[in-house]
Design a protein around this ligand. Structure first.
Ligand code: ADP
Ligand code: ZN
Ligand code: ZN
Length: 740
């Protein structure tokens, strides 16, 4: 086991040093040295020495032995949090493929100039009545940031400065302005009072209901019995999952350990953070993507120093350097944002499980619509499964109806509204209630469907829909298959084959024309560009400054609008035919969430799902809120077509500005894969153009490799990486691996 040489990466804060140096391990250190340790080594000419992390131990010298120097000393004894993260980075590198430096930068935020900051807090000093009218004033003047801050202060009269700046997205200029108007004061006491302590003492503590209790106790009992499998909590929206998470975290903290709570950025609202704050007080911290590297470093430093017990944040909060990590909890585990879109394309769920394994911590996943792969693992026994079937507040589930757009056409209705949705919208507007119209554009890829019979043109090899291209062809983005766009529906012969063109902007125009007196808001990437644009629109809708909110998937996440009694899904089909194998799953999740938006208040809600494919199982199951029903259909499809989680799959993404080189490079990779595959029964699909073939002059292609076993795919990745390293031709090509 004891190795002779160690690869060491020095000074990871310097971008240019993307290389490792090999050193001899002297006898006296051989027994002790582990990957991740910080060591002192001689560097360059003369007597200079520097520190570096051990990232690999090996028995083969890559250089002439006479040129290798010896490691001098181990700097940190034992593996501190930093060293464990370096080890985690080494694992990420190996799993997902990237340069070591990229993996290291992912797990360790780069240290910038850090100044010790005092703890500041913001306190409301204006009396309440006056403050309320001041809030009205800000709203009237459309001073959204000021209103946001004041509103939060009316709820909790004192706030930590960081919370205001980070979560509420308030600039220092706004805080200064409110200070000048004598609405607030900023105090910078070294240790500030926890404004909520009194409240907590008064027993605001929620006691769990039977289902919640069973889940929390079951998980804790399993932990104590030494069961180190991850747990999956499948709990319908509003079943009180967050309370269960907090119970588990409290248990971890009582044992003197720390916890990481991962929440997708879009669901990481001020209200959510405050719930944790009320329970755990100042021992929590929050990171989000709006923090600068330095600010994030500060928060991580607090964790390292033991100043906090709980870190809340999106994906990257997983790398909080706690001394004694007890649990990682991942809410909304089905969200795609847990997978990094940049190299290394790590999956935060898998990485959390790996980190927990390394550090003796536990992992809990939770969702109302668990990802197919997690549910699969739970049923296979790799995860333990807990179900929360009831809503805490026994509210009525909304009435869902499916509008068959083919029938509408037959009845002569060519508008984007079904008759049912039109009628219900008019009714709601008359009653002064609010309506959400959801355009399901996620992953829309330009598929073609028959408006008479609903038939969608699919790839004969991959069971995914074909995308129409400008050159008059239909293309498969998995295998590259092409065919001419037909003039007639191959199923019924109708000539009414169409794509979907409507965007949110066009929908807005149509809605305004149809309901000229209604106040309409639109939320999409265009209207939310500015800082806080997203919150502003939601806030304005919540304040009933509009009757109809039109939007993309952005509007269906986690927000409560008690006055919304109707949700219309304009084109459920768009995401059903996104041209990838997960589109049914995504459609089910989106439709379930969209349906969950209706009837959050006193009045029950209604949902209209418009589709050309009303018998599709994802649409049907979402309409009846039947997760199990959906799952069994979906897993059947996945196993028949050989997709994850039943089979392992790896995407190899290639990008280059040189189109010809890219085409060639991908063809050669395919040949290489064919060769590897002869022995190992790989199935290789592609190369094909990516859904978007060209982005800012960079061409993009993809190859897929499938095999039952994931380890085989990792072996293939290593072979491909070696091949690329040895071939000059790949200098202008960027290759990324994505393991499913
Ligand atoms: P989920 O995360 O499953 O959507 P939440 O934890 O957000 O559900 O709970 C939904 C609402 O119900 C929250 O307002 C929460 O405070 C409340 N709640 C949760 N559990 C209880 C309970 N045992 N008793 C009373 N209210 C509860
Ligand atoms: Zn295909
Ligand atoms: Zn047809």
């Amino acid at each position: 086991m004891q190795k002779l040489y160690a690869d060491i990466i020095v000074d990871i804060t310097q971008e240019k040093l993307d290389r490792t140096f090999q050193y001899i391990i002297p006898d006296r250190l051989r027994e002790k040295l582990e990957v991740g340790m910080l060591v002192q080594v001689p560097f360059g000419k003369g007597s200079r020495t520097i520190k570096g992390y051990v990232i690999k131990l090996t028995d083969t010298a890559e250089f002439d032995l006479s040129r290798l120097k010896e490691i001098q000393e181990i700097v940190t004894d034992g593996l501190g949090p930093q060293s464990r993260l370096v080890r985690l980075a080494a694992w990420i590198r190996e799993q997902y493929g990237s340069a070591m430096i990229q993996a290291l930068k992912t797990v360790i935020p780069v240290k910038k100039k850090i100044k010790a900051r005092e703890k500041k807090s913001i306190r409301l000093i204006m009396d309440r009545e006056k403050a309320v009218s001041q809030l009205e004033f800000y709203r009237k003047k459309h001073q959204a940031a000021r209103a946001r801050l004041l509103e939060a202060l009316l709820e909790d009269a004192e706030l930590p400065y960081e919370l205001a700046a980070g979560r509420l997205n308030i600039t220092s200029a706004v805080i200064k302005a409110l200070e000048e108007q004598q609405v607030i004061v900023c105090s910078s006491e070294k240790v500030y009072r926890n404004p909520l302590k009194g409240e907590m003492a008064e027993g605001q503590h929620i006691s769990l209901n039977a289902e919640q209790q069973a889940a929390a106790e079951g998980i804790i009992r399993a932990w104590e019995a030494g069961d180190d499998r991850p747990s999956l909590i499948h709990g319908v929206t509003g079943s009180g999952k967050t309370e269960v998470y907090m119970e588990l975290i409290a248990h971890v903290v009582e044992n003197g350990q720390q916890a990481i709570m991962l929440i997708p950025e879009i669901a990481l609202t001020y209200q959510t953070v405050m719930r944790f704050y009320r329970r755990f007080g100042e021992r929590i911290s929050v990171v989000n993507s709006r923090l600068s590297d330095g600010e994030k470093y500060d928060q991580f430093e607090r964790a390292r120093n033991g100043d906090i017990d709980v870190m809340i944040g999106p994906r990257s909060a997983l790398f909080t350097p706690f001394q004694n990590l007890g649990a990682v909890i991942i809410d909304e585990e089905h969200e795609r944002t847990y997978k990094s879109e940049t190299t290394p394309r790590y999956d935060a769920r898998e990485t959390a499980i790996r980190r927990a394994e390394m550090e003796g911590a536990r992992v809990v996943l939770g969702s109302a619509t668990p990802s197919v792969e997690s549910y699969y693992r739970a049923l296979e026994g790799q995860y333990s499964l807990y179900q929360l079937k009831k809503r805490v507040r026994e509210g009525e589930l909304p009435d869902v109806c499916i509008a068959d757009m083919r029938e509408e056409l037959k009845a002569g209705n060519r508008s984007i509204f079904s008759r049912r949705l039109l009628e219900l919208t008019e009714d709601r507007l008359k009653n002064g209630e609010q309506v959400m119209l959801f355009l399901n554009r996620r992953g829309y890829s330009g598929f073609l469907s028959c408006r008479s019979c609903g038939h969608v043109l699919k790839c004969p090899h991959c069971e995914v829909s074909l995308s129409a291209h400008n050159n008059g062809k239909l293309v498969c983005h998995y295998c590259g298959y092409e065919e001419e766009i037909p003039h007639k529906c191959p199923s019924c012969g109708s000539a009414f084959l169409r794509g979907f063109k409507a965007g949110t902007q066009q929908i807005e125009e149509l809605v305004r024309k149809q309901f000229p007196s209604a106040r309409v808001l639109r939320m999409d990437l265009d209207t939310t560009k500015g800082k806080g644009g997203h919150d502003k629109i939601l806030e304005s809708f919540l304040n009933r400054e509009a009757d109809i909110l039109i939007g993309t998937q952005m509007i269906v996440k986690g927000h409560d609008f008690p006055n919304v009694t109707l949700v219309g899904v304009l084109a459920a089909d768009l995401s059903l035919h996104a041209g990838d194998y997960r589109c049914a799953e995504r459609t089910f999740q989106l439709l379930t969430q969209a349906a969950g938006r209706a009837g959050r208040g006193e009045r029950p809600g209604e949902v209209v799902i418009q589709t050309y494919d009303p018998s599709n199982y994802a649409v049907q199951a979402a309409a009846s809120q039947d997760y199990e029903g959906f799952y069994w259909q979906e897993i059947l499809f996945r196993s028949l077509a050989g997709y994850p989680p039943v089979s392992g799959m790896m995407a190899i993404h290639g990008t280059s500005e040189d189109q010809g080189q890219l085409e060639l490079a991908m063809e050669y990779l395919k040949k290489l894969l064919d060769q590897i595959g002869k022995k190992n029964q790989l199935s290789i699909v592609g190369p094909a153009d990516e859904t978007v073939y060209k982005i800012s002059d960079v061409y993009r292609k993809v190859l897929y490799v499938k095999h039952e076993r994931r380890e085989m795919l990792i072996m293939v990745k290593d072979r491909v990486e070696q091949y690329i390293e040895m071939n000059q031709g790949y200098k202008t090509i960027n290759i990324q691996f994505e393991l499913e």
